[in-house]
Ligand binder design. Sequence first.
Ligand code: EPZ
Length: 418
Amino acid sequence: MDKFIIKGPVKLKGKVTISGSKNAALPILFASLLIKDIVEIKNVPNLKDIDIAIKILIKLGVKIERKKSLIINAINILQCNPPSHLIKSIRASIWILSPLLKRTGKVNVSFPGGCSIGDRPIDLHINSLKILGANINVKKNYIKGYIKTNFKGNIICMKNISVGATITTIIAATLASNVTIIENAAKEPEIQDLANFLNTMGANIQGAGTNKIVIEGVKKLKGGVYTIISDRIETGTFLVAAAICKSKILCKNTNPNNLNIVLNKLKKTGAEIEIGKNWCSINMHGKRPKSVNIITGPYPNFPTDMQSQFALLNLISTGISTIKENIFKNRFMYVPELIRMGANIILKKNILKCKGIKSLSGSEVIATDLRASVSLVLAGCIASGITIINNISHIDRGYENIENKLSSLGANIKRIKY
Ligand code: EPZ
């Protein structure tokens, strides 16, 4: 149960290299189970969630070597019910259903885990698998299922937009017999990255990134090499770090086109934003940001994973603003912690009302989920005095090398193991 001790206020500024995307790497890792050949995956971030996904694959009999890149050999799958404690510790383990059913014909796993940011139902995943021909039985948080021969292509109209269920469906349809059409598909860049990965290995997936994806099942996939996209949420997080410090930060090794709405919102705070092919920068020219109203929604709308970071920005901006969270029911758990640091915010149902104040004060706070944790760390950097953040295991799930990256930008941050 590590904690961070942070001394503020500091001005975070300078250059930071963005890591590979957690939410692109995880689906691609599970999808690699479809490939009876050697696959090399580059730019995989070194994160706890990735380590757990690798452990799950190894328990299934997959051979994985981690050098600079990951070398994956899933030629032999030995079993179909990996240990529950691993499955329960990450949300991404839900993506084991499709490849396991395809490879072994059966599956017997517990429900996935994930941040406690609200209900994390799996009905859309299960519904897709059933439409593609799987027999699935869900009871007491266990998922048991089988397919007789192979997944059969079909038309799937998603009841509501789901990143996870779109990914489950793409993986199941890749080697299915005939064609699958997904209507009302999620359009996130991470879904496009999964489709690009599978197409590189011989799949036939068209339309990823739009709300209609057409997957023509192929007989088999071949091995190859693939590089994961950069993490757009990590990029946005460091851009917000500069905004709240009224300073300048350059994010290297990232694709600004995946962050348009976040960049436009930062421009509305008064930031000067510059972008290049694989970088973007923010310069506040020493000015305090203006507050901005946020409404989260499925891509290309404002990402829910940037919600807590913009709440922090609004807290120290000029003016009054609102943040409306439309994706998850319980994604404001950081609010009481920020109030402890002096924030002037009121939460009513899924709308947070912020009145900007000049500065926050250090305090002892508790991290509750991945994105809330990083917002508390940034709050500690700009607060006057000492901030102690307990339970920072959440942050290691999604931010590679966070204290070194922040220290190189000027943070005074120490990790205490206890
Ligand atoms: C993915 O979660 C990401 N996680 C989340 O990132 C991200 O916030 C979310 O997509 C954005 O939508 C990973 O990629 C590992 P959803 P996921 O299915 O797939 C409801 C982070 O911080 N729903 O798009 O779980 C669900 O309750 C994490 O990196 C159903 O009703 O999200 C939610 O309200 C947090 N039934 C909405 O859909 C289902 O079967 C969107 O969920 C599935 C989802």
